[in-house]
Design a protein around this ligand. Structure first.
Ligand SMILES: Nc1ncnc2c1ncn2[C@@H]1O[C@H](COP(=O)(O)OP(=O)(O)OP(=O)(O)O)[C@@H](O)[C@H]1O
Length: 241
């Protein structure tokens, strides 16, 4: 089924004394992998939280899959993986997932809360009986991702899922995101690692709460006459300085 992704108008989020999101207009298409890139403190988490509907916003509108962000009916349709893994260390991988699946069912959600299915999607079928506290960082990220996939979300929001992982693990996680998008899920991934840009269908570059650019990776390089996303970002900052 076609849906409308995310539509943001005149969004402002103030956190402490900072305009974490400063007058942002943004459309994120459905069915693609969109990368939200920007340095630490540029407002990525605040923007993602506004999309998921857990951020108090000062003004503006955020519409997700055709509904106001945070609407109760979006709860099942949106999966969110925060920066800190939401995994119980004293349970095995499968026990963690069964626990979260039971929570979904207790809310009346019976839509494919299949533990085996999500374990296979994130490539952890073999690790089901392993205690979470014995997992590597990369495996922990995958368990968090698996919990968010239990409800078969139409939109998956991932906040810096590859932070701290080595390049090989990062590459394999990105392949997993691609596979999830190919199944029809809209994926939004934040990162401050610019070389992850080439893995996205669409890029949104953020700086100081503002959108510096919204373009495909190729458009971005062409527009800035640069050869990689990091140089493109620096070139755009230079233009604004
Ligand atoms: N709880 C808070 N109280 C006060 N200021 C905050 C709070 N959370 C975030 N901020 C400020 O809001 C701005 C945006 O923060 P945000 O976490 O959205 O950025 P980010 O791009 O996700 O950063 P990072 O990559 O480090 O997670 C920053 O200047 C930050 O200092």
């Amino acid at each position: 089924m076609m849906n409308s992704g995310v539509r943001i108008r005149s969004l402002r989020v103030v956190r402490g004394r900072t305009r974490a999101v400063d007058d942002v207009d943004l459309d994120i298409p459905a069915g693609q992998v969109t990368g939200l890139l920007g340095p630490s403190g540029s407002g990525k988490t605040s923007l993602l939280r506004a999309i998921v509907g857990v951020q108090i916003v000062d003004s503006g509108e955020v519409e997700v899959l055709g509904r106001p962000a945070g609407s109760p009916e979006l709860r099942r349709r949106v999966g969110y993986v925060t920066q800190s893994p939401s995994v119980y260390e004293d349970l095995t991988v499968a026990e963690n997932l069964r626990y979260f699946a039971r929570l979904l069912r207790s809310r009346g959600d019976t839509s494919g809360a299949g533990v085996e299915r999500v374990l296979a999607t994130v490539g952890l079928t073999e690790a089901g009986s392993q205690l979470a506290r014995t997992l590597s960082g990369g495996q922990l990220s995958r368990v968090s991702l698996a919990t968010a996939l239990l409800g078969s979300p139409e939109l998956l929001v991932l906040d810096e899922p590859t932070v701290g992982l080595d390049p090989v693990l990062r590459a394999s996680l990105w392949q997993t995101f691609r596979g999830i998008a190919e199944q029809g899920t809209t994926v939004i991934v934040s990162s401050h690692v610019m070389d992850e840009a080439s893995r996205c269908d669409l890029l949104v570059l953020l700086r100081q709460g503002r959108v510096l650019a919204r373009a495909t990776p190729d458009e971005l390089l062409e527009r800035t006459a640069t050869e990689d996303a990091e140089s493109a970002f620096l070139s755009l900052i230079g233009d604004r300085a």
